[in-house]
Design a protein around this ligand. Structure first.
Ligand code: GLU
Length: 329
């Protein structure tokens, strides 16, 4: 039985891009009769808020998405992450990195690799004990980084994005498992949690594809079988920009407030993603028997310039023609 998860970060309200990713993850598990977990990824205490966790659950419910079990939120699992880190330290696989954010920014000559962050050139990899002591005496705080092999290619096949071959160096080099302020890294927490919950299918936004080699490497270091991955095409605004905080008007809460109904959003997503040829309202479970993630195009999904009016017009029965005529990206 396949085991999947919805893993929202309660650092803001869900937007259309999240709705798309969670819906597809839900459909994938439900269409295969699997078990779905909800896990709040509230690893960052400064950015995570209870109001957002509550709002996310409400929004998922509004869309018609349910789950079978709620996993413990990451904020309750710091001891587990610490144990894993201690094990890695004992094996000599992590090292202290004293570089400041500013230093990391200026030393990043190479282009950024997706969301994996600036490549880390290994500055603190081979510090001598006295150098380390000197930095500590100056009050420098340290992050913990995982030693990564430089040029071993990691290969995996994404169900949507296809065959991927990338070295850990190209995906950013030695990456942090714990920040200098003590916050455990997403990469560590997500792998530890997925392993523990026996997650074997991960469906998530295409923006996380760049992190996947790091996570695969962590699976190999921790001795677990990685899940099968499907990274979804990104949803972008009419200018091709990824949805972010400045798209607050596209939060599900704002759309709901404006009178947009969930079936309009879901039907539009089916149409805009090319899964359906024309627009018609859709309930969450509607494509259950016909959805194959593998048939999705990896190309980004472009929203119309004013999605709220677009949705409202569809609901009023207007603009159907425009909707159907809207150019597919
Ligand atoms: N918590 C992450 C997010 O909201 C998702 C992580 C994942 O699916 O691996 O972007």
């Amino acid at each position: 039985m396949v085991r999947g998860r919805l893993a929202p970060s309660p650092t803001g309200f869900l937007h259309l891009g999240n709705a798309w990713a969670f819906w597809m993850a839900w459909l994938d598990v439900r269409s295969r009769g699997g078990r779905l977990f909800l896990r709040m990824e509230d690893i960052d205490p400064d950015r995570s808020k209870h109001v957002y966790s509550a709002a996310i659950k409400r929004d998922l419910d509004w869309l018609g998405l349910d789950w079978d079990e709620e996993s413990p939120p990451q904020s309750t699992r710091y001891e587990i992450y610490e144990q894993v880190l201690t094990g890695l330290k004992k094996r000599g696989l992590v090292y202290r990195c004293y570089c400041t954010r500013k230093e990391l920014r200026t030393m990043a000559g190479a282009p950024q690799v997706g969301d994996a962050g600036a490549p880390y050139p290994g500055t603190c990899r081979n510090l001598r004990p006295e150098e380390r002591a000197g930095l500590e005496a100056k009050g420098r705080k340290s992050a913990l980084r995982l030693l990564c092999p430089t040029d071993v290619p990691l290969e995996f096949t994404d169900r949507i994005m296809g065959r991927q071959t990338i070295t850990l160096t190209d995906s950013g080099g030695d990456f942090a498992l714990q920040r200098s302020d003590g916050v455990y890294a997403y990469q560590l927490a997500v792998v530890v949690d997925d392993l523990e919950a026996g997650i074997d299918s991960v469906v998530r936004g295409g923006d996380i594809l760049a992190s996947t080699p790091r996570q695969l490497y962590l699976y190999s270091v921790l001795g677990g079988t990685p899940p099968e991955y499907a990274h979804l095409p990104l949803i972008v605004d009419h200018e091709g920009e990824r949805l972010a905080k400045r798209h607050d008007a596209l939060s599900l809460a704002a759309l709901k407030e404006a009178g947009v109904r969930p079936e309009t959003i879901l039907g539009s997503l089916l149409f805009l993603s090319g899964l359906r040829d024309g627009y018609q309202p859709a309930a969450a479970g509607e494509p259950l028997n016909c959805l194959r993630l593998e048939s999705l195009s990896p190309k980004p999904i472009t929203l119309p310039s004013d999605p709220t009016s677009y949705f409202l017009d569809l609901q009023r029965g207007r603009r159907i023609k425009t909707a159907i005529g809207l150019e597919q990206p």
